[in-house]
Design a protein around this ligand. Sequence first.
Ligand code: ZN
Ligand code: ZN
Length: 300
Amino acid sequence: MPACCDCGEERKQYLIVYIVTMEKKSWDPAVAFPVCMTGILVTSVALEVVYLILSNPGNGQVTLLLLTSYLIFNVIGNMVKFIQTNPTIKGVFLEHGIMGQGWEYCYSCQTHVPPRCHHCFDCNVCVLRRDHHCTLLGKCVGHSNYRYFFCTLVHGWLALLLATFLNAEIFMEVLHEGFGFHSFFLLLMPWMMLVTGQVTLSAFVFAFVADTCVIGFLFCFAFFTLHSILLYRGSTTKEWFRGPTKEDYDLGWKRNFQEYLGERWYLVLLFPWIESRIPGNGINFQTAPNSRKFSKSTDL
Ligand SMILES: [Zn+2]
Ligand SMILES: [Zn+2]
């Protein structure tokens, strides 16, 4: 039974048949293509890092191999969980009395949607507490899969940091040979150098993967910084950019972590399959005490 709003108005009873299921759709090319490309990139980086570690025997080789395996395992595991988890309104059936403060009507889905739920034109469906559409994984980041997105980001960033550190040796060798136009273009445009026959295939592969590691590291670092701030504030990307209402859902850093990563937020980085129940249902959200936009809900 839903609780009342703090404004005193009794909320209409409504029935939520909330079925959390994986999307049963077949392989959608819009999802499969970016996932395959991301998988190829992850595999390339992993193979190159393992090759670099094995080709430089010495102290710490076993430790580096174990660390690399752990990071790659977590990246792939969280990616799989992210793709399997459905953050959309599919499987969420709302019956009579759904209208409330903050609810809007989506003309594409032809249904009323709760606060923080927004339509994604790539996924072609509304997403509960939508953050953004992840192009690399071909799916939206929302209420139920944010944890896996964030963990993929953290482990991906650490793996690319390690790869960049190991690749630094290659960069130093190139620089020691003299930083001429050949070295410059090899690192800047390896594809062009390969097509024009200026480099061997092995030199191209190393330059390409090394470039991917550096660019990926900077990319992940920027996203990690942004989402750490959003997580701390309990805000989505859209709410943060919107500005004036960005503090509406800020319940304090600890509660925000629970809302986004689950009740066992302090364990989720260790292993993708650790249970961490999200306290909310993605439909009703408790707001900060000074919020003026939506009324406070206690039925979490
Ligand atoms: Zn929609
Ligand atoms: Zn989407």
